[in-house]
Ligand binder design. Structure first.
Ligand SMILES: [Zn+2]
Length: 305
């Protein structure tokens, strides 16, 4: 957790992994806040223990969830005195997200001989969802919301639908938490889209001229890395639209992308692009988006081909 003047980052190691999101602590004066909480109870307890030397006897009074996915919110229950902030639309959607108990059942009860069951075990059985309780936002906003932590101002900007239905990005001076509109080191799974909204969100972040950019997942970085990621997003967008116009299926579009030997081989979890393609196709055709389970099933099958 490197110190940047009252900012402390819980930055789990590793790319090629699901579920390990960055969480930023803001500790200033008598006050403390956290932007995003980890995926399960034990990880959240470990994070709070790691923060204790800086936190002292302060109470965390504010938690922000950049979006409703469990890997950014399942630790909320360990901050019982905090106001929990999210966007209005994210809050309304959160009732449709799996609870920790449903995630536990999904990971351990899906048939292990089918690709989805195998994939869930391979990537999610490391998490212990048993102690977490779904803890919903207590304050919601649309557009923009500002609050203070000691002498620090935190500005929240709604940027969804993008990665999810109601994403936000958080700006604290020259540091920006992007949530999952930016994955640094892996191919992203964008569940809402369209891609143009994710591109717009990344451009908004660059417009803040930040010194430090904290992605939803992956190492903290700088503007150059986010500019590189924008090139990637625009390339994916152009190719997906080209394949759609040519009448290709989602699977064939994956094949088209990955027949390029240089299609970002340094990024992990390529199967997640299948989710992005399927969601983008649904926007292009004006049809309703496949469910999370349908998208995950397709991606899992592709990963074990
Ligand atoms: Zn995430």
């Amino acid at each position: 957790m490197p110190d940047t003047d009252g900012l402390y980052l819980w930055a789990p190691e590793g790319t090629g992994l699901w579920g390990y999101a960055n969480c930023l602590w803001i500790i200033s004066g008598p006050d403390a806040a956290v932007i995003d909480t980890p995926y399960d109870g034990p990880l959240t307890e470990a994070m709070i223990t790691a923060a204790r030397p800086w936190l002292g006897d302060r109470t965390v009074r504010t938690v922000v969830n950049t979006h409703a996915n469990g890997d950014h919110s399942f630790g909320n229950h360990l901050f019982p005195e905090a106001e929990i902030i999210a966007t209005d639309i994210e809050h309304r959607h959160e009732h449709h997200e799996p609870t920790p108990q449903e995630m536990h059942a999904l990971v351990h009860n899906s048939p292990p001989d089918l690709p989805l069951g195998r994939y869930l075990r391979d990537h999610f059985s490391v998490f212990d969802f048993t102690s977490a309780r779904l803890t919903l936002p207590t304050k919601t906003f649309s557009g923009r919301h500002t609050f203070t932590v000691g002498d620090k101002e935190v500005e929240l900007y709604e940027v969804g639908p993008a990665h999810h239905v109601g994403d936000l990005v958080a700006r604290i001076g020259d540091v920006v938490c992007t949530g999952d509109v930016f994955f640094h080191g892996d191919h992203p799974p964008h569940w809402a889209g369209p891609l143009q909204n994710i591109i717009n969100a990344c451009e908004l972040v660059l417009g803040f001229n930040p010194r430090v950019i904290i992605p939803g997942h992956g190492r903290p970085t700088d503007q150059a890395a986010l500019e590189d990621h924008l090139v990637y997003l625009r390339t994916v967008q152009r190719e997906v639209h080209r394949c759609y116009e040519a009448g290709l299926s989602v699977e064939k579009t994956m094949d088209e992308l990955f027949q390029w030997e240089d299609f970002y081989p340094h990024l992990g979890l390529p199967e997640r692009l299948m989710i992005v393609i399927a969601v983008e196709f649904s926007h292009l055709s004006g049809s309703s988006s496949p469910t999370v389970l349908e998208l995950s099933t397709q991606a899992a099958a592709w990963s074990y081909r």
